[in-house]
Design a protein around this ligand. Structure first.
Ligand code: ZN
Length: 266
C-alpha cells in the first residue's frame, strides 16, 4: 500500500498507540509510553530547576566532587549524547535519597552518603538512578496516569496537545513542586529493572557490580528497626523498597553482568 494513503486510513488514535510501544535497552522489556522523549526531557529539566531552587546545595567540596566524578564516569556509558548531564549534592542529612530526572539531571541528598559509604557505593546509587531515566520509568508512570485519566486525555496527549489539565497531571506524576523527596514510588518492576541496568552501567564504568548487593544490605541494616516512625527512612523505603528478593535477584544477575559488561579499571 502507498504510504501516503496509509496515513489517511489509519485513525490517529491507532497511530498514537502504535507509536507508544517502546523497548527498554538491555532488558528488552516493552513499555507503553504516551509522551515523547523531548517532552519528557523538558519536564525533567523544569522539575529539576524547581527542586534545586528550593534546595540548599552542599558546600562540602570533597563530597560534591565525589558525586560529580562518579556521575560523569557512569554517564559516559549511558550513551545519551542528547542529555545535558548535571550532578548536584543537596545538603539534607535527613533525606536518604537520590534521583535522576530525564535529560540527565541528577541530585543526591547528603543523607544517602553514609549508606553509600565510599565511591563504589555512590556508583551503585548513581547507576540505579540514571537507569530509571534511561529506561524512561518516569514517562511510563506518566503514561499509565494518562490511561487512568481516560480516553480524551489520552488522545490529546498522543497528538501533543497541552491542556492545563494535562500539565497538572505531569505536575502530579513528577510530583513537581512538592519540595524535597520528590519522586513518587516506582513499581517493583521498574525498581528491579533499574537495579539491573544500574549494575550494567557501573560494570561498564569499571566499578565492581557486586557492590550493589553490599549496598542494599547496608540499606537494610540502616533501615531495620526504624520503620513506622514516619521519618526520612520510611520515605526512602517507600521509593526504594529493600527486600530479600531484590538481593537474590542481584546475586542471580551477577555472573551475566561480569561476563558481558565488567571492565575493571586498571
Ligand atoms: Zn529506584
Amino acid at each position: 500500500m502507498h504510504p501516503g494513503r496509509l496515513k489517511l486510513i489509519i485513525p490517529l488514535a491507532a497511530l498514537a498507540f502504535a507509536n507508544a510501544c517502546q523497548t527498554v535497552q538491555y532488558t528488552g522489556r516493552s513499555q507503553f509510553l504516551l509522551i515523547s522523549e523531548s517532552e519528557e526531557k523538558k519536564m525533567g529539566i523544569e522539575a529539576y530547576k524547581a527542586i534545586l531552587k528550593k534546595a540548599k546545595l552542599s558546600k562540602d567540596r570533597k563530597k560534591v566532587a565525589l558525586v560529580r566524578r562518579v556521575g560523569r564516569r557512569i554517564a559516559k556509558h549511558a550513551n545519551k549524547p542528547d542529555f545535558q548531564w548535571e550532578f548536584n549534592l543537596v545538603d539534607d542529612d535527613k533525606q536518604i535519597n537520590a534521583f535522576c530526572l530525564p535529560g540527565g539531571k541528577v541530585a543526591f541528598y547528603t543523607g544517602i552518603l553514609p549508606v553509600a559509604e565510599k565511591e563504589i557505593g555512590v556508583a551503585v546509587v548513581m547507576g540505579h538512578e540514571i537507569a530509571h531515566a534511561l529506561a524512561r520509568h518516569g514517562a511510563e508512570r506518566v503514561s499509565q496516569g494518562m490511561l487512568v485519566q481516560g480516553g480524551g486525555q489520552l488522545l490529546s496527549a498522543a497528538i501533543g496537545a497541552k491542556t492545563p489539565h494535562q500539565q497538572n497531571l505531569y505536575r502530579q506524576l513528577y510530583a513537581l513542586g512538592t519540595g524535597v523527596g520528590i519522586m513518587l514510588p516506582y513499581s517493583r518492576k521498574n525498581e528491579s529493572e533499574a537495579d539491573k541496568i544500574g549494575m550494567i552501567l557501573m560494570a561498564k564504568a569499571g566499578y565492581d557490580p557486586a557492590e550493589a548487593l553490599l549496598f542494599w544490605q547496608r540499606m537494610e541494616a540502616a533501615t531495620s528497626g526504624k520503620k513506622g516512625r514516619g521519618g526520612s527512612l520510611e520515605k526512602f523505603l517507600s521509593t526504594h523498597p529493600t527486600s530479600r528478593d531484590r538481593q537474590e535477584q542481584i546475586k542471580a544477575w551477577l555472573p551475566e553482568i561480569y561476563k558481558k559488561y565488567y571492565k575493571p579499571k586498571k
